[in-house]
Design a protein around this ligand. Structure first.
Ligand SMILES: [Zn+2]
Length: 289
């Protein structure tokens, strides 16, 4: 199975160079479950071919960890599978899909042809195939001989991040609540809630998994990691929220706070964006569905 890493028993991760994405596959005795669908139908069809190297079982369940293009725009390729997501995900996609489509086309000109082929001109009403199995807090999916748990742990990278847990294998897919090798992305984030959401994730992965050993945590981008990585990222998100509060009360200048973030040298724009988003949330300017 070239390209796939088996991170737990019959739980696989496939990395793709485009956006350094990590896609998950959990194989039961009767059915398989896919975590995230990539950015275009062409990419999703490549993923389908890659899945065929791992299992002949039907991919009857798909989870969108959240509604960003690279996690949900390939949805249609997997129908008639049930597509699971948090209850706020369809509205997010309806609201943002045309802009996300436009962003993809502008930032990745090599995708322009396949995006045009799939979605015409990216007309205002366009959305990917929308999730139809919606989760408020949690859901359990039986794949035959193994159950997969979906959990909403609170706002973070978006207001609708789901984590996908294979308890018997000790693996959790966390979408972009964590990114490995890139800074957290705050564009649609909730910086004041994110640390608490990661504490809820820590409460899950700090217990020994049924399979023994330690949990494997699979971020939406970059290498799979362990519990220590979750702790480090929880501390970073906590630092961002604390510094944001200090900027807001005038105890610190934003430029000084930016200096304190470990990714500021490489990504000063993202560091500033993280604080601007934090200030927006502190001022009550982030709209909620
Ligand atoms: Zn994302």
């Amino acid at each position: 199975m070239p390209g796939w890493i088996e991170v737990g028993e019959r739980v696989f991760v496939r990395r793709y160079a485009f956006l350094d994405q990590a896609v998950g596959l959990i194989v039961g005795e009767r059915e398989a479950l896919l975590v995230d669908t990539r950015s275009t139908m062409v990419q999703a069809q490549e993923l389908l071919r890659d899945i065929a190297q791992v299992t002949r079982l039907p991919v009857s369940h798909v989870v969108n960890t959240h509604g960003h293009a690279d996690h949900a725009f390939g949805n249609a390729a997997f129908r008639p599978a049930a597509i699971w997501a948090h209850a706020r995900c369809p509205a997010f996609l309806r609201r943002t899909a045309p802009d996300q489509w436009e962003w993809l086309r502008e930032t990745h000109p090599t995708l322009a042809d396949e995006l045009a082929w799939e979605h015409g001109t990216g007309e205002p009403g366009w959305t990917p195939s929308l999730p139809d199995h919606l989760v408020a807090e949690s859901a359990l999916i039986d794949l035959g001989g193994r159950a997969v748990e979906l959990r909403y742990l609170g706002r973070g990278h978006t207001d609708h991040d789901l984590v996908v847990i294979a308890p018997d294998a000790g693996v959790v897919f966390v979408g972009d609540l964590l990114e490995n090798g890139a800074p957290p992305q705050f564009d649609d984030g909730f910086p004041l809630d994110w640390p608490g959401t990661l504490l809820a994730l820590l409460a899950i992965v700090e217990r020994a998994p049924l399979a023994g050993g330690e949990w494997t945590v699979v971020p939406g981008h970059g290498d799979p990691a362990g519990v220590g990585f979750v702790r480090d990222q929880a501390a970073l998100l906590d630092l961002i929220a604390s510094l944001g509060r200090a900027i807001n009360t005038g105890q610190m200048l934003m430029e000084d706070a930016i200096e304190l973030l470990p990714f500021a040298d490489e990504h000063p724009d993202l560091a500033q964006g993280a604080f601007e988003r934090t200030l927006e949330q502190l001022r009550g300017e982030l709209t909620l569905d």
